[in-house]
Design a protein around this ligand. Structure first.
Ligand code: SF4
Length: 467
């Protein structure tokens, strides 16, 4: 057990993150209650006690000073250097964004991360590439008068083993989908009124799997958005076709007849045995079919998602999946690292899957950077999550000019993103000096509740927006 007594929430958050990175699965408590204590850490003002040793840190930046000190000691005790060094936040590239904005060059930025934050040279290079790309793409954007729109379709063909999103089996809800769309359209119409006079930059339809809707339902939703919103300045319209087992020619033709200019077809893996383990009721062959169909219909901007760390896979199999995706030449490939949240079946049934580990995540993820870079892809957005396999990260790669702006905007929290649909979470960004104030409004997650309480969801947004 690791005992902590810390007088600041942010510092405690960082120390907890470091302890769980150095000692995965360790117990951290405020009180030992008789259990054996491996190490105790106390932070009171500028005084830091680690075991029997005491240190005094500079009071001008306690968060940085304490995190750096604890990282160095844990690294020395374990003999381990973490790939992201002492960085515990979800967006490692954010630190470099301000360095680039104030004129620092590539070597200076990478040097800073390696020497001051103990980031590995490879990760520092990745962070620089992402930050410089974001800086270039977001540079000219207007945040105060513009906004983006997210639309959630919370249905999927089946529930994946690792899923923690708002996603319900379509077979159970088939009869309620039209009612769901009625409520969603009411919410969208209210958002259009609320945001009148503002410019809509990007739209993202996600979920769940939007292509679980029938082609007539997709047509209705897309037509409604086009009719109600002014899309004359729209920079990007993405739709997650997502699961290959939800895609057919009719649906893709309907999507292609509207303003959508970017879709995702997400294999997650190109191994049949893993598709079965994660609960997907389709084969690799179906991924190829869906991709060919989309290309033949004329989609040119297609993203494919892969996950490293899926149960029972090896790093060679991940490499094979990645190479197969690269051969298809989609404009975007996003490499996620498995992150298992509490509500996921994979966590709830962890005993069943305990022997199905993934070997070599530390190799697989850096390898994806090399293979994708060799194939001409560049990293353009990145984030980390809690409980992420191997303390790695999720990275979106794209061919030049095919980057998804929405993905960057949702990460950077610089622009208001209004989210409609069950479980959707809006972020209202209010510029305030050099720090934005962010207010969140979450819709209820269950479909039934969303349909019944739609007026409440709308009112919640209105109140927040008018304040
Ligand atoms: S496709 Fe995505 S949202 Fe749907 S069940 Fe799988 S992980 Fe969840």
């Amino acid at each position: 057990m690791y005992l902590i007594d810390i007088d600041d929430q942010e510092i405690e958050h960082n120390i907890r993150a470091l302890l769980t990175s150095f000692y995965p699965g360790c117990d951290i408590a405020y009180n030992s209650e008789g259990a054996d204590v491996e190490l105790s850490i106390s932070v009171k003002g500028t005084l830091v006690s680690i075991g029997d040793e005491q240190y005094t840190i500079d009071s001008s930046d306690r968060l940085f000073g304490v995190t750096k000190l604890i990282y160095k000691i844990l690294s020395k005790n374990t003999g381990i250097s973490l790939p992201w060094g002492m960085l515990t936040g979800v967006r490692p590239s954010k630190i470099l964004y301000s360095h680039i904005a104030s004129g620092s060059g590539r070597d200076e930025c990478i040097d800073y991360l390696v020497k001051e934050r103990f980031v590995s040279p490879k990760k520092a290079k990745l962070a620089y590439e992402v930050a410089s790309k974001e800086y270039k793409l977001l540079g000219g954007m207007n945040y105060s008068d513009h906004y983006s729109l997210y639309v959630g379709i919370p249905f999927c063909p089946t529930r994946c083993l690792y899923c923690s999103f708002t996603a319900y089996p379509i077979s159970r809800y088939e009869k309620r989908v039209d009612e769901y769309l009625d409520a969603l359209c009411r919410e969208l119409a209210a958002v259009r009124d609320m945001m009148s006079g503002r410019v809509l930059d990007t739209i993202y339809i996600g979920g769940g799997t939007p292509t679980t809707l029938k082609s007539e339902q997709l047509d209705r939703l897309l037509g409604f958005i086009e009719e109600k919103f002014d899309l004359s300045n729209l920079k990007e319209f993405s739709l997650e076709a997502g699961r290959p087992d939800s895609i057919d020619e009719d649906k893709l033709r309907v999507i292609g007849s509207h303003r959508v200019d970017r879709i995702s077809i997400n294999p997650q893996t190109m191994q049949d045995k893993t598709l079965e383990v994660i609960g997907r009721k389709h084969k690799v062959e179906d991924i190829y079919k869906a991709y060919d169909l989309a290309k033949n219909i004329g989609f040119t901007n297609i993203n494919m998602d892969l996950i490293a760390g899926l149960p029972g896979e090896s790093s060679d199999e991940f490499r094979d999946s990645l190479m197969r995706c690269i051969e298809l030449k989609p404009s975007n490939i996003t490499v996620h690292c498995l992150s298992v949240k509490r509500a996921a079946r994979l966590n709830l049934m962890k005993d069943v899957y305990k022997d199905m580990t993934f070997d070599g995540i530390e190799v697989a993820v850096p390898l994806s950077f090399d293979l994708l870079s060799d194939a001409g892809y560049k990293p353009y957005y990145m984030y980390r999550q809690r409980n992420q396999a191997g303390n790695q990260e999720n990275v979106g790669y794209s061919m030049e000019g095919s980057e998804c702006l929405y993905n960057i905007l949702i990460m950077e929290e610089l622009q208001t993103i209004i989210a409609c649909g069950a479980g959707a979470a809006s972020k209202f960004v209010y510029p305030q000096g050099d720090r934005n104030r962010i207010e969140r409004a979450e819709n209820v997650k269950d479909v039934e509740g969303y349909i019944k309480r739609i007026d409440e969801m709308i009112e919640r947004k209105r109140i927040l927006w008018n304040n």
